[in-house]
Design a protein. Structure first.
Length: 733
């Protein structure tokens, strides 16, 4: 079928007013006739008639061009193939029976049958697709819809809708997503963000709520922070997250137990918030591993009390952390960073700054160690657990010391932090360790955003909680840089000009060690908000958590030749525990090591795992997925004969079955912001027909010029050219 239909009717749109064109044409025609009437006596009547004819025809063609002739063209509109996705919620909350007789998933399937969307186990309309979703979205054949089970352990709307929005292929358009769900979302992504992604694809969300709204009462507690090690004699903070459903304006009792004995009790007055963080300060004088258990009082008619307890383990070391700070161009960031680390009792600080040519200032927190001299070899750098570099450090480290520093990182398991972007100029050996390729431009004042890879790590999780608030609003100047291969970007800054986000904080392994690059500066300004209580603690906590996270795998801080660490001391049932063993000397790492897993109350091990080599030659890795909740311990014997035992707790987080009230406000906001709406069961069939069965639109009519024809240009040139040529040949001016 020809998509373009042309009409024979010609339309005119003169470039000058028609009356003016007519007057101009008459004047030129009259002048032409007068000239050739005058030349008739000398040239002859026949020749004058021929010349006059060529001149008048040429002028007529020019005037035709000035009339701007156009033809009308009707173009048929080629529509993309329309598709509609029906998304069926298969999370565990869809097992709930609101009337005691029919599960929500069965209610949703019944609505699909009543709307006659499936005929003979096939979609009733071309372009109709079916998906199920819980933690993610999956395409399902129409015939398999009846065999789906509501067994998803989590509901993640943002992640699931992202998968469904990609259902349309080339040449297709997604007309809408229709969701049958009870609205539970535990991904905690703002519905506005999810809706805007759908709106950007021109795909409205139509939502059919399944189930009824009723009050569910449940109070639960989880450990919100985890530190691999804390320092003996220093206060450590343990954060717990209270999730409160249907418990508005009630009082709770929160108790803290240490190794089974109560050591603290707190009254918690709850407002209308759904979640709040409570913090406890603890302190241990002696090294070891200590169990801290939190117990939250029950509320009347609570749906379950299995989630009212949480336990964590605190690993205490009496070995101070040795830090070296080198700065070649002192600035506010350096001063505030050094001050916050200096005031932390767990750190021994050595620092050296270049303040002028051949003039340095050396400071040492422990004066009993004697005068500070810069290390010259990797072995001397290895006395430090972490080294922090500012700017223009080449003023302190010559070429040989730069090579020794690189050797310390790559072969001695050293930790290096670039605190202010590129630390040295023309230092190839240090640039080779950098997580980013540096640019020259420094952009200032941007807002920090922690990316997905950083949100699970303690120092960046802290920043993520504050991102977008007054504490971190537009504080940061950022040096341009592109992440290298195998670099993990943890935070970025966004400029106001809409350009791509800049890498603010990035991490990269380098041999047996690691390098953290902080390309942004200005976090110290967070301590100067007078109206924000304890805002200075953001800066202090970030550096405390960052140093601990960086050195957590370093055997020196664990007090052993080998470091064996768990990624967490608390995990939800179904999650995997990850264990790793490292040593600074790769040749001392065994080929494998058996670990026995014990459960509390069991004499014999319930499982055995093997720490085995990974793609890194300096690390052994193992994973374990517990099958039942409880307290566990992992026991192993290190190659040097030392016995090691690590404890962890497994809890069952069953929000899908405890929070079963339909979240209609969430669904309404999600639908409205996307351009859709909440629908009733009796609207489902008509809506699908409206979206998929469309009449062919009227052709699009538009006018196209005809004066730009090459034949018209040739005609004008030929007529006026012949007039000129013949006049020359016949001796006329």
């Amino acid at each position: 079928m020809n998509p373009v239909v042309e009409t024979t009717q010609i339309f005119y749109d003169p470039v000058l007013p028609p009356a003016l064109l007519l007057l101009l044409g008459l004047l030129l025609a009259g002048a032409t006739l007068a000239v050739y009437a005058r030349d008739r006596r000398t040239t002859g009547s026949t020749r004058c008639l021929v010349l006059c004819l060529f001149r008048l025809l040429g002028l007529s063609a020019v005037f035709y061009l000035l009339l701007n002739p156009q033809k009308e063209v009707a173009k048929r509109v080629e529509l993309l193939e329309q598709r509609v996705v029906i998304g069926l919620d298969t999370s565990a909350s869809m097992q709930h029976m609101d009337d005691g007789q029919e599960a929500r998933l069965d209610q949703a399937r019944r609505q699909i049958d009543r709307a006659r969307l499936i005929v003979d186990e096939e979609p009733a309309y071309p372009g109709l697709d079916f998906y199920c979703f819980d933690e993610s979205a999956r395409a399902v054949p129409a015939a398999a819809l009846s065999s789906l089970n509501a067994d998803g352990n989590d509901t993640r709307f943002h992640n699931s809708l992202g998968g469904m929005l990609n259902a349309a292929h080339k040449g297709q358009a997604l007309a809408a997503l229709i969701l049958l769900t009870d609205g539970h979302d535990f991904e905690l992504v703002n519905p506005a963000r999810t809706a805007l992604e759908a709106k950007a694809r021109h795909c409205p969300l139509y939502i059919l709520p399944v189930g009824s709204e009723h009050t569910v009462r449940d109070a639960s507690i989880q450990i919100a922070s985890y530190k691999p090690y804390v320092f003996a004699g220093q206060h450590a903070r343990i954060d717990v997250a209270l999730r409160l459903i249907g418990c508005e304006y009630e009082d709770f009792v929160l108790e803290l137990y240490r190794d089974g004995k109560q050591i603290a009790q707190r009254q918690v007055a709850v407002g209308d918030e759904l979640q709040r963080i409570e913090s406890f300060e603890v302190m241990e004088k002696d090294p070891g591993q200590y169990a801290y258990e939190f117990r939250l009082s029950q509320v009347q008619d609570e749906v379950t009390d299995a989630n009212n307890e949480a336990i964590t383990f605190l690993n205490v070391s009496n070995k101070k952390i040795n830090l070296l700070i080198l700065e070649g161009s002192p600035y506010w960031d350096t001063n505030f960073t050094q001050r916050t680390l200096w005031s932390n009792e767990k750190f021994n600080i050595d620092s050296m700054a270049s303040v002028a040519r051949d003039k340095q200032i050396a400071l040492r927190k422990d004066n009993t160690l004697g005068p500070l001299t810069l290390p010259r070899s990797a072995q001397e750098f290895d006395a430090y657990d972490c080294i922090l570099l500012g700017r223009h450090v080449e003023r302190l480290l010559d070429h040989d010391r730069q090579g020794a520093l690189a050797d310390y990182v790559q072969n001695y398991g050293g930790n290096l932090i670039f605190t202010r972007g590129q630390p040295m100029q023309d230092a190839k050996v240090i640039d080779a360790l950098s997580p980013v390729d540096w640019g020259e431009t420094v952009h200032g004042f941007a807002e920090l955003a922690v990316v997905r890879a950083g949100r699970s790590l303690p120092p960046f999780e802290l920043l993520d909680r504050q991102a977008g608030g007054r504490e971190l609003h537009a504080l940061f100047a950022n040096q341009e840089g592109a992440p290298k291969q195998l670099t993990t970007v943890l935070a970025s800054t966004q400029l106001d000009n809409g350009s791509e986000p800049l890498v603010a904080m990035a991490h990269r392994r380098a041999g047996t060690g690691q390098v953290m690059s902080i390309s942004s500066t200005g976090l110290w300004r967070s301590g100067f908000h007078d109206e924000i209580p304890q805002s200075a603690s953001i800066f202090d906590q970030f550096w405390d958590n960052l140093i601990l996270w960086m050195i957590s795998g370093r055997n020196a801080y664990s007090g052993s030749e080998y470091a064996v660490l768990l990624n967490t001391a608390n995990l939800s049932l179904g999650q995997s525990l990850h264990m790793r063993m490292t040593t600074s000397q790769a040749d001392k790492l065994p080929a494998g090591l058996e670990v026995e897993i014990y459960k509390s109350g069991k004499k014999d091990p319930v499982d055995r795992i093997v720490l085995a080599p990974s793609d890194k030659d300096y690390r052994l890795n193992a994973s374990y997925t517990p099958e039942v909740p409880g307290l566990y311990r992992a026991a192993l014997t290190l190659p040097n004969g030392e016995a090691k035992e690590l404890r962890f707790a497994v809890y069952q987080d069953d929000q899908e079955r405890s929070e079963v009230s339909v979240d209609r406000p969430y669904l309404e906001r999600l639908a409205q912001l996307s351009g859709g709406r909440i629908i009733r069961p009796d609207e489902l069939e008509a809506l699908v027909k409206e979206l998929l069965v469309r009449e062919e639109p009227e052709p699009l009519k538009q006018r196209e010029p005809t004066w730009d024809s090459p034949w018209l240009a040739l005609l004008i040139t030929g007529l006026l050219g012949m007039d000129w040529l013949l006049r020359r040949r016949w001796g006329l001016c």
